[in-house]
Design a protein around this ligand. Structure first.
Ligand code: SAM
Length: 280
């Protein structure tokens, strides 16, 4: 169903103000294809009638969640891009384990975690490769804006198609149980991850200091000012020796000079730039 220019402008503003998502001019087709099913399901005859309803309900929750869900891309997979997880396994975790041997505590954040594959990939990787962490306090936090993806993440239930994407067969057999048409993660992995709703664009809740932050394939949808704010906030909740992973199409370069970039294994990681030593 077509959308009028005025209503497309409203949807652009709505996506930006609610979730920082930039919908470029010319992306009318995106609004049309993604919002039409919601409009039809809600009994509207045209998309413009549906948007008119949305306008009158600007501050309510009726349809707002569904609209943001429809406008965001939830694409994810187990071991997405592979190299960041190899670097985590080969370099980052061994070094953190050495540094944190006294505290025996590790804190990892999968921000914009979508349906949970990234957070659970980290959990399985730890369970498989670092048995010594079994009696450490290891917390993995997954956060996302969308209650729909968070609900699936908390269930840890995935379709055949979802487990076919990136998950090695031995891990599927070891950590999942087939329940009817779904593959459900076993509790031993599920209980390693906590999922919380969090909008990166709104004030952040109090967060722990993280050793590792994954925030991948979400900032590509934001404008530069929003990226700057988010990168600064991440610096503030990252341990001095901590590291950040971004998506392959994302970088801190020309956005936030306080980040230092390094190639470790075949992945790019980002550190807080160490404060300059003050000359005596
Ligand atoms: C493409 S997925 C990325 C998933 C995962 N990080 C990965 O790389 O595979 C983007 C996710 O960002 C979430 N998202 C979009 N805007 C957000 C915001 N303002 N705050 C928090 N999450 C947001 C979406 O709901 C979606 O689940």
């Amino acid at each position: 169903m077509p959308i009028s220019p005025e209503n497309f402008k409203f949807i652009q503003d709505f996506a930006r103000d609610t979730a920082a998502i930039v919908m470029e001019p010319g992306k009318e087709y995106l609004a049309e294809t993604r919002l039409t099913p919601i409009a039809i399901q809600a009994g509207f005859k045209t998309l413009d009638e549906f948007v008119a309803q949305l306008r009158t309900n600007r501050n309510g929750t009726l349809f707002n969640e569904q609209v943001i869900d429809a406008l965001t891309t939830n694409e994810t997979s187990f071991f997405r891009d592979f190299h960041p997880f190899e670097t985590l396994k080969q370099h980052i975790l061994p070094s953190l384990i050495e540094q944190r041997a006294g505290l025996r505590k590790l804190t990892i954040w999968s921000a914009a975690s979508s349906t949970g594959q990234e957070a659970y990939t980290i959990a399985m990787l730890i369970r498989e490769n670092f048995p010594e962490l079994k009696d450490w306090n290891v917390s993995i936090l997954g956060t996302d804006l969308s209650p729909t993806v968070l609900a699936q993440a908390r269930q840890g239930a995935y379709s055949q198609l979802e487990v076919n994407r990136g998950l090695p067969a031995p891990l599927l057999l070891k950590y999942f149980t087939k329940v009817e048409t779904k593959w459900v993660l076993k509790d031993e992995i599920k209980k390693m991850v906590e999922f919380r709703q969090m909008n990166l664009f709104k004030p952040w809740p109090i967060l722990p200091m993280f050793d590792v932050v994954f925030i991948r394939n979400v900032m590509i949808y934001f404008d530069i000012e929003t990226k700057k704010v988010i990168l600064k906030r991440i610096r503030q909740c990252l341990q001095p020796q901590g590291c950040l992973f971004l998506g392959t199409a994302e970088t801190t370069l020309n956005i936030d000079p306080e980040w230092q970039l390094a190639t470790l294994g075949r992945a790019t990681i980002y550190h807080n730039r160490p404060a300059l030593a003050v000359a005596a």
